[in-house]
Each structure stands twice: as structure tokens, then as C-alpha cells.
Design a protein. Structure first.
Lengths: 728, 111
């Protein structure tokens, strides 16, 4: 900071207040008050009074307090301030964010959360949740096979099934939905995404080994009145998104979403006889309602319907003629899914820290799939309920959440390979109880200690302890640590549906036991100013190790994929460092490096997990010269990955080969008008593709066919363009 | 990569070189957060305007602009066309009628 700024330092005083229902002004105690950019700030006292010095005027200051909506005010002259806060929404987790960059690292929460706002989400114009992470280094997305278009996320080096995917804090992507759940949430419906690294809160359940991804959809009370987005890509993939929101009266508001996508062109650019991208048809409709009594009761209701079909395989495949024969190889997955959910919350206007929340959801998910001569048909019905009561113990420094939850699943599966069908019906009922205590010591130290116990009808009791702690050395230097245990019941076929895209058979060598894992790690966030421009450096290291894990072994047997329980060691050590810096006003640069060391014991030998790159790096530059133009460019580098197929190709003595390292690039331009936006961009700009993504494509019914060894892009450069129109 | 930075730096530099920076404070008829967002966003689409921030307590919008490209009167007119009063200029009635209910002046009991 220069001397001129020091000379101009001004002392500012004021009071943080709220108006009660009678319009009377009452103080809000202990609110945080700080300048935007957090160069200076303070905490108000019990009577809402605060005083601190500003480096100069004009300045923007923010007042925030848990349970209230933040208020930002511009200060142009020194006077006694009165800042009024309004009570915030209480059903959702309250997000107190001091900064609103497009990729915000929270300095307030004890949990390591990255917030992806709408701005970040627009960087990937297409299409669904899986693309939302294209510019995000924490969550990696890759195709799992060359045929179905299923995308898998990885956090901390481990498959997406180990992170918990929530839609507005309700677990929505479990069991059957784990393979394609990401593609079931259209991008334009999303308001923001919170990515929690490391073990999650006990409030959301016993899963979430490596992290949580919570998706907040657009809200009827704040979304645009009307929105439409039309997208077209050079692959002839067409997408349409629409929604409208309406305030019906003072208490009710409503919102309707529609999404459709269509891709019917058979591309075979690599001439292997197989189409490079699956043909897809998806229709998805959602409707949500919100009720706010303005007093104590808030409620939300919602429903969603999804129809999804995807087909892949040989270009010559004709489903009516060839399904169930060896004329040609084809795959088809058709999904029907309904979701209904309700949330109800009671708030206590006289005590904002106290609330009672409840959420309920019912999901019906049906999936019929065939891969050549293999069939997998399954239906899952899930009921979920979570009741949460939160309050403080004495004062705001001690808070707790406690409650009860229930997960109930009915799963019917029918699996056919080599003309043998196996039917299995599973009923799982898991009631649970949890308690989470939060200690907040002078905003320097925060600790969250959680414990939950669940009773599973098949496996009995299991206990999940979790700990999160945060220490602020200064407001701009923060250390976080976390650790916890997690439990997960694997669904071998649903979790690994892509392994069916190979000639190998599935061989269960024993009964599959529940997965138990521990995860712990630390994170340091440093915010500093380089040449007066804000820079964030975020570095973390997490380790996950499994007490028991379900293993899908593609190393040990050339004719089969072996399904068994871990016998030995299995772990993932993940290091990541991300630098976000503002190069100049309107120009931001993000650089990230990631190192994932993921190993499991396969058939007695500790080996690297196949298809996971140990080294990865990402660079993203965004330039917004003014409100009218946005430019974005991303470069992604992935290091070598272990492949598992050499033994499958019949050379059992040859050690598994490695894939080469490669670089891909994406770029996008957006032109913004008052109501319109036009965007155009390219994915995989250089058109890099993996050679021979499918092994033995000429003989898909022979015993060396394998489409699961995917380490790089299958499709070359994709150009796209689209429009958005909105009425605010 | 390097070229992109140089290019970006060059453009930013040239913008600064030719800009004639000025600032004006205009009293508006904004009422709520929605009004604030609308005014702040829509003003940025006007020629020559670089920054706009509205303080709801005083209803004053502070506009930073390039005096070679626009002037105070044009900015006031732009505000009236969004549907709000600007100092002594009254809001454009057509634009005003299109505002959401909470942004209309005759609604009482708000904020």
C-alpha cells in the first residue's frame, strides 16, 4: 500500500441494525464489517457498534452476519453509518461469502469450499453439470468408455462415486444415477455449485469420502422472469433450455424449467467402424414452488421428470435388426427418472440462529441397458428424509445442529451375460442420527465436530466421526484441516456400467462388503495484493485410505473383470495448488497444478489405478474489457496414465503400458446485450484425439474387444455457438 | 500464451491513454436491490460509461465515464430510459411502466 493511501486513512464508525416486524431498529450483534477486497475490517460489538479505519475514500464496505443477507454500501464521506441487514433464507445452508469472484475460495467457512458462481458456469456454454467443471482444477471430468458417453468426475484422484453429489443439499445421484447423474442436470438451470474438498459434514450423510458437490438450481424468487438458451455444435448436437419464474403473490413463487437435447448424427472420424459420440436424446422438465409466509414458515416443493436415451456402437448397427445378434455391436441405455422433493423450515424471527429444517425426496429411476449381448436392466426407488434442528448454546460462539435421517433404497437388477441372467433384489433401510457442534472463537478459530451413527439393515451399525477446523492467522491467511470416516454401499454394476463396453465378462469372486474409508487433509488459503490487484493462492493436500473397498480389477485376468473386496492397501494422495490472479482490471488468470497418487492392491500387488494421470495442470485466462465482451481460454495438460489393457490383449507378461501426455484447449467469446447474449467457442481447439480408443474394433464379439481404455479425447475439435435471451 | 498477455496489456494501456476520466453523482428514484442491479447493469451498456454503483440509502448512483464519449446529461437521460428519475429529470413513462412492481414509487412499506 502506498504512502498516499496511508495519509488518507479515515476512521469510520457506525452501527449494524435490523428492523423488526414493527419497524423498530434493533442492533445486530457481532456482525462482520469489512472493506471489499478485505484490506481492513472488524467485528461489531454486542450492541452492533463498530469502528475501523479505511485506507481511503470512496470505499465499499460489506456487513455480514450469519442468518442475514450481506449488505454492501458505498462510502463517499465520513459520517456515522447505519447499516441495515435483512434476515436471509434459512432453509438452504447460509453462504456468507466475503468475495464474489467467479471461483471464490471462501475465507469464512471452516470447510474447504470452492464456490462456482453463474459467471464461472457460463465459461462452459454447454451443456450440463459435467461441463461445468471444465475450467475448474479441483474436479476432473473424463469419459469412461469410448461408446456410452458416460462422464466420470474425479475428486482427489478418486472416482465420482466417492464424492457426494447433492442438489440443494439433497443427495440425488446415488446408485443407478451414479454413471450419468452429471449429465442429468442442465447447465443453464444451475445457479451455483459448491465444491467441498475432503470429507463433508455429517448433516448430509455418511457418504462423501473425498468431497461434496452441491448444486443450487435457479430460484423462483431471484431468477430471470424468462430465459431461453439455444445451442448448436459442429457435431450437430442441439440443445434447448428454457425457464420462467413467477411470483404468484406475496407468499408463493413458482418456476418451470424445460431442457431438451438431440444428437442424431453418426460420426466416425477415426474410421474404426464405431461412432465416436453416442447418439443422445434427452427431455427434462422440472417445476418448483416456494412458499414464504414472511413469518415463521418457509417451504419448497419440486418435481422433475427425465427421459434419456443414448445409443452407441458400430456405425452399421440397427437396433431393430441387430440387437441381441452378432451382426453388429451396439449399445443402448434408456433412462426414466422422476424426482419429487419437499423442504419445510421453521425460523424464529426473535432468534435467527435457531431453526428447524426438514427435507424429503422420492426418486424413481429405471434404466434399461444393453452392450452387445450383455444386458443390464435395473430399477431403483429411493426415499430420503433429513430433519435438522439448529441452535446456539448460550451465545453465538457455540452452535449445534442435530437431527435424524433416513435413506431407503429398493433396487432390482437383472444382469445377463453369456446368455445367463442373474436377478438381484436389494432392500436397504438406513436410519441415522447426527450431532454437529461448531465452536467459533473470536472469528480466528472455528471448529466443527460431527458424529453420526447409522443402522443399515444388512450391515448393522456404523459410526462416522468428522472434524473440520479453521484458523485465521490474518483475515487473508487461513489454515484449514479436516478428517473423517465414511461409509458407502457399492453398487458394483451401476457404479461401473462402462466395464460392460468390453468383451470381458464380469466375475464376482466373493460377496461385496461395504466400503469404509478415512480421509484427512489440510489446506492453506492466502490472499494478497500484487501491484494492488488481488491474488489468491490455495494449496492443499488430502489423503484417502480405504479400510475396505470394492475393486474392479482389469489387470489380473485377460478374459474377465474381477469384482472383489480389497485385500491389502488402497489409497489416494492428492496435492493441488491453485493461483488466481488479477493481471489487470478485467483480466484474470488461473494456474493450477495437481498431483494424484492413486494406488490399490490388485490380486496381491499394489499398483497405480489405471487411467488416472499423476500430473495435471490447468491455465485459464478470462478477459472482460467491459460488460459487453467476455473472452475465455483454457489450457489443460494431462500427464501419463497407466493403461490396463495389455494383458487383455493376450500378452500377460508385458507390463501395463502408459498413455502419452497431451494438451487440450478450449476457448469462448461472449457478446452481451441488454437482453441477448451471443456466444461462440471451441472445445479441443487443436483437435487432439486418442489413437485407437477401441481395441479390436473389427471383432467386437471376439475376446479382445475393449472400449474402456479411454485416456484422451475421442472427438476432435468441436465448434459451437448459441444465444441466450432473458427478461429480468 | 505470452502474446496474449502482451496483447491484453497493450489494449488496457491504450484504453487508459485515450480515456478522459470523469465522475458524476446522480440522485435516482431507486427503491430496492432489484432497482440497484438494473441501473448498475444497464448503465454499463451506454457508450462511454465504465462503472456505475448505486447506494440505496442515498439513492445516488456514482458513474465513472469517459468525457470524450458521453456527458452528464446523456447519462441522466439514460437513467430515465431505464425507468428512473435522474436528479430533476423524470423517468420515461413507458420504461417506468415496465419496471417490476417492487421498483415502482407508489408501492409503500418497502425498505
Amino acid at each position: 500500500m502506498g504512502t498516499s493511501a496511508m495519509l488518507n486513512a479515515q476512521s469510520i464508525t457506525g452501527t449494524v441494525l435490523e428492523k423488526d416486524s414493527a419497524g423498530k431498529e434493533i442492533p445486530v450483534p457481532f456482525a462482520n464489517v469489512y472493506e471489499v477486497g478485505a484490506k481492513s475490517g472488524t467485528q461489531a460489538n454486542e450492541a452492533g457498534k463498530f469502528s475501523f479505519s479505511l485506507p481511503g475514500l470512496p470505499a465499499k464496505i460489506v456487513a455480514s452476519s450469519v442468518g442475514y443477507v450481506n449488505d454492501t454500501i458505498q462510502i463517499t464521506e465520513i459520517k456515522e453509518l447505519k447499516i441495515f441487514l435483512r434476515k436471509g433464507a434459512t432453509i438452504e445452508e447460509i453462504t456468507v461469502e466475503s468475495k464474489r469472484q467467479s471461483l471464490g475460495f471462501s475465507t469464512v467457512k471452516p470447510i474447504n469450499v470452492e464456490m462456482l458462481t453463474g459467471k464461472e458456469l457460463l465459461k462452459a456454454a454447454c451443456c450440463n453439470l459435467s461441463e461445468s467443471f471444465e475450467t475448474n482444477p479441483t474436479v476432473n471430468v473424463s469419459y469412461t468408455d469410448a461408446i456410452t458417453g458416460a462422464k466420470e468426475i474425479r475428486m482427489l484422484g478418486l472416482a465420482g462415486i466417492y464424492s457426494q453429489l447433492l442438489t440443494e443439499n439433497i443427495p440425488m445421484s446415488r446408485g443407478l444415477a451414479s454413471s450419468f447423474g452429471l449429465t442429468f442436470i442442465p447447465g443453464p438451470w444451475i445457479e451455483s455449485i459448491q465444491v467441498t474438498k475432503g470429507t463433508g459434514s455429517v448433516v448430509n450423510g455418511f457418504e462423501s469420502t473425498t468431497g461434496q458437490i452441491n448444486v443450487e438450481l435457479k430460484k423462483p424468487e431471484t431468477a430471470e422472469k424468462f430465459y431461453v438458451n439455444l445451442y448448436e455444435a459442429s457435431t450437430l448436437n442441439t440443445e434447448l433450455n428454457m425457464y420462467h419464474s413467477k411470483k404468484l403473490n406475496k407468499k408463493w413463487s413458482e418456476m418451470l424449467f424445460v431442457h431438451g437435447n438431440l444428437m442424431e448424427k453418426k460420426w466416425d472420424d477415426n474410421n474404426d467402424g464405431f461412432i465416436d459420440l453416442p447418439l443422445t436424446r434427452q427431455l427434462s422438465i422440472a417445476n418448483r414452488w416456494r412458499y414464504d409466509s414472511g413469518k415463521r414458515l418457509e417451504s419448497q416443493l419440486g418435481m422433475k421428470l427425465l427421459l434419456d436415451e443414448r445409443n452407441g456402437g458400430q456405425v452399421s448397427f440397427d437396433e431393430a435388426r441387430d440387437k441381441g445378434t452378432t451382426n453388429a455391436f451396439g449399445t443402448g441405455i434408456s433412462t426414466t427418472r422422476y424426482e419429487v422433493y419437499a423442504k419445510a423450515g421453521l425460523v424464529f424471527p426473535e432468534k435467527p440462529e435457531k431453526s428447524f429444517g426438514s427435507m424429503y425426496s422420492f426418486v424413481y429411476h429405471n434404466q434399461d441397458a444393453f452392450f452387445g449381448l450383455k444386458n443390464y436392466d435395473a430399477t431403483q426407488k429411493n426415499f430420503y428424509a433429513n430433519l435438522i434442528f439448529q441452535n446456539t448454546l448460550g451465545n453465538k460462539n457455540h452452535a449445534y445442529k442435530t437431527g435424524l435421517s433416513l435413506q431407503a433404497d429398493l433396487l432390482h437388477e437383472n444382469f445377463t451375460q453369456n446368455s445367463v441372467s442373474v436377478r438381484s433384489d436389494t432392500t436397504e433401510i438406513t436410519p441415522g442420527i447426527f450431532y454437529e457442534y461448531t465452536l467459533n472463537a473470536k472469528d480466528k478459530f472455528t471448529a466443527v465436530m460431527g458424529l453420526r451413527a447409522d443402522y443399515h439393515n444388512g450391515y448393522g451399525w456404523f459410526v462416522v466421526p468428522r472434524l473440520h477446523a479453521k484458523y485465521n492467522f490474518t483475515p487473508d491467511l487461513i489454515l484449514r484441516v479436516s478428517g473423517g470416516r465414511s461409509f458407502r454401499r457399492p453398487h458394483p454394476l451401476a457404479d461401473n456400467i462402462s466395464v460392460l463396453a468390453s468383451s470381458r465378462n464380469i466375475l464376482f469372486t466373493e460377496n461385496i462388503e461395504p466400503e469404509i474409508a478415512w480421509n484427512y487433509g489440510a489446506n492453506v488459503t492466502a490472499i494478497f495484493h500484487l501491484f494492488g490487484l488481488e491474488t489468491t493462492l490455495n494449496t492443499d493436500y488430502y489423503r484417502t485410505f480405504f479400510v475396505n473397498q470394492f475393486i474392479a480389477d482389469s489387470y489380473s485376468d485377460s478374459l474377465n473383470i474381477l469384482f472383489y473386496n480389497l485385500d491389502g492397501e488402497s489409497f489416494s494422495n492428492s496435492f493441488q495448488t491453485t493461483l488466481n490472479l488479477e493481471l489487470a482490471e478485467g483480466v484474470t488468470l488461473r494456474l493450477a497444478y495437481k498431483n494424484d497418487d492413486v494406488r490399490s492392491t490388485y490380486n496381491g500387488k499394489l499398483q497405480s489405478k489405471p487411467l488416472v494421470a499423476m500430473h495435471k495442470a490447468l491455465a485459464n485466462v478470462a478477459w472482460e474489457p467491459n460488460i459487453k465482451w467476455k473472452f475465455d481460454y483454457t489450457l489443460l495438460w494431462e500427464g501419463k496414465k497407466k493403461l490396463a489393457y495389455s494383458s487383455a490383449a493376450g500378452n500377460e507378461n508385458v507390463p501395463p503400458a502408459e498413455s502419452p501426455e497431451f494438451v487440450t484447449m478450449n476457448a469462448q467469446v461472449t457478446r452481451v446485450f441488454k437482453k441477448w447474449e451471443i456466444y461462440a467457442g471451441a472445445e479441443n481447439l487443436t483437435g487432439f484425439t486418442q489413437d485407437n480408443p477401441i481395441i479390436s474394433p473389427e471383432n467386437p464379439f471376439g475376446n479382445t474387444f475393449d472400449a474402456t481404455n479411454i485416456w484422451g479425447p475421442i472427438m476432435g475439435r468441436k465448434i459451437y455457438a448459441g444465444i441466450r435471451y432473458s427478461i429480468r | 500464451m505470452k502474446n496474449i498477455f502482451l496483447f491484453a496489456a497493450l489494449i488496457l494501456f491504450s484504453i487508459n491513454l485515450y480515456a478522459q476520466n470523469a465522475e458524476v453523482k446522480i440522485k435516482t428514484s431507486a427503491i430496492c436491490d432489484k432497482c440497484k442491479n438494473t441501473i448498475e447493469r444497464d448503465l454499463l451498456f451506454e457508450k462511454g460509461i465504465k462503472k456505475a454503483s448505486l447506494d440505496l440509502d442515498s439513492k445516488v448512483v456514482t458513474v465513472a465515464y469517459n468525457s470524450k464519449k458521453t456527458d452528464e446529461q446523456k447519462i441522466r437521460t439514460a437513467i430515465t430510459k431505464i425507468g428512473y428519475d435522474a436528479d430533476t429529470l423524470a423517468a420515461d413513462s413507458v420504461a417506468y411502466s415496465k419496471l417490476p412492481d417492487c421498483c415502482k414509487k407508489d408501492v409503500t412499506g418497502h425498505r
